[in-house]
Design a protein around this ligand. Structure first.
Ligand code: DX5
Ligand code: ZN
Length: 218
């Protein structure tokens, strides 16, 4: 991964022109962020396995699949088979994160663990060094276009310190409210993999929006 990566979230794409929107960013991003919502863990339903399988046929960009679903253990294989490169599940949705991480990795994927804004960030500390990505939700999961939760800065800093103390290479990712006006301080706090929906796909030029976001970090 580069020092800064933007992972465009297709939740903000135009689903009527989904491949067009993906093609617009595939050349400038390592990851595409794919938000799966089941109407149980979050109060929204997005899309699922058949959509991922379909888009997999037409792009090589890595799929960073964010499962906002209860009982993720039931569906890991299906999301792996559909073409995910990373599967990130919520710590709030399982009693056995270690088992899920093992299963995800057994399919040759990287694992990520996400943490809800109301869950103490310390809950994910035991997984530092065990997962490739820790995803700090910087909005309440379920919808795009919300404002960045200011309380996230401190959570990112705490996690960054814990990762540094452990000498681990786990990447801090953030999801929600990433824009030109928030990304600079989020970068300073320690995040390196930025999920961005509206800031990328609600722009007339998604690739330029990605480059502009990166520039705000330096
Ligand atoms: C929210 C999703 C996000 C969302 C971010 O539950 O996990 O990935 O698409 O959207 P923006 O960047 O618009 O806040
Ligand atoms: Zn997401």
């Amino acid at each position: 991964m580069n020092d800064i990566e933007i992972a465009p979230s297709i939740l903000a794409a135009d689903f009527g022109y989904l491949m067009r929107d993906i093609k617009a960013v595939e050349g400038c991003c390592e990851y595409l962020h794919i938000d799966v919502m089941d109407g149980h863990y979050v109060n929204n339903i997005s899309f699922g396995i058949p959509v991922i399988e379909s888009i997999r046929k037409y792009t090589d960009i890595k799929f960073y699949t964010h499962l906002m679903i209860t009982e993720p253990e039931k569906y890991i294989k299906a999301f792996a088979d559909a073409g995910s490169d990373n599967i990130t599940f919520h710590i709030e949705c399982t009693d056995d994160p270690d088992r899920l991480i093992k299963e995800i990795e057994s399919y040759g994927l990287t694992a990520g663990i996400a943490v809800h804004p109301d869950t103490p960030v310390e809950k994910v500390f035991p997984y530092i060094g065990k997962v490739a990505i820790i995803l700090i939700m910087t909005v309440y999961p379920g919808f795009g276009g919300q404002g960045y939760l200011e309380s996230s800065d401190e959570r990112i800093r705490k996690l960054k310190k814990a990762i540094d103390d452990a000498g681990a290479d786990t990447v801090i990712s953030v999801d929600g409210g990433v824009s030109g006006s928030t990304i600079g301080k989020i970068y300073d706090a320690g995040a390196r993999l930025f999920v961005a929906g509206s800031a990328v796909f609600h722009s007339d030029d998604p690739a330029k929006a990605v480059e502009d976001l990166k520039k705000c970090c330096t």
